[in-house]
Design a protein around this ligand. Sequence first.
Ligand code: FES
Length: 165
Amino acid sequence: MAAIEVKYQEPEIDFTLIDRIIRDDYGGNKENLIMMMQAIQKQYRYLPYSALKYLSDYMGIPFTKIYEIATFYASFSIEPKGKHILSVCTGTACHLKGSGEMIKYIKEKTGLEPGKTTPDMKLTLECVNCVGACGLAPVVIINEKYNPEAELSLVSEFIEQVKAE
Ligand code: FES
């Protein structure tokens, strides 16, 4: 496998915290690897390379295996995320109800492409597949809060709020 290129400035990793997650919270048990990774991601909003490397060394699990898991599951991210996450459902029902226009609008207002984060790390735009609420399309998720029948004004107000922070 080719060497992994770390493209981002990593946050300062608190290895004592990682130790605590591995040993105290999950008993250093390999079966809990995914939960350990979830806990690390919760802490940093993504999976920093150094944290994964530490996890790999500590657990004696090849880094390639951990990297494979980190890139396989859509819920994991190896790219840093913004403080706020704006997710737009792009499933068929939401698309028919205008989620495409919403993404276009967000792009105009923020310059963000789906999956990207503003340089100030305030906002990440994500496009997600059907979230199972098609009857309430279009669905927009703002910082994990689901907003059914979302209107452009909701997105617009949220963007303004983030910009003002
Ligand atoms: S397509 Fe958006 S909730 Fe199903």
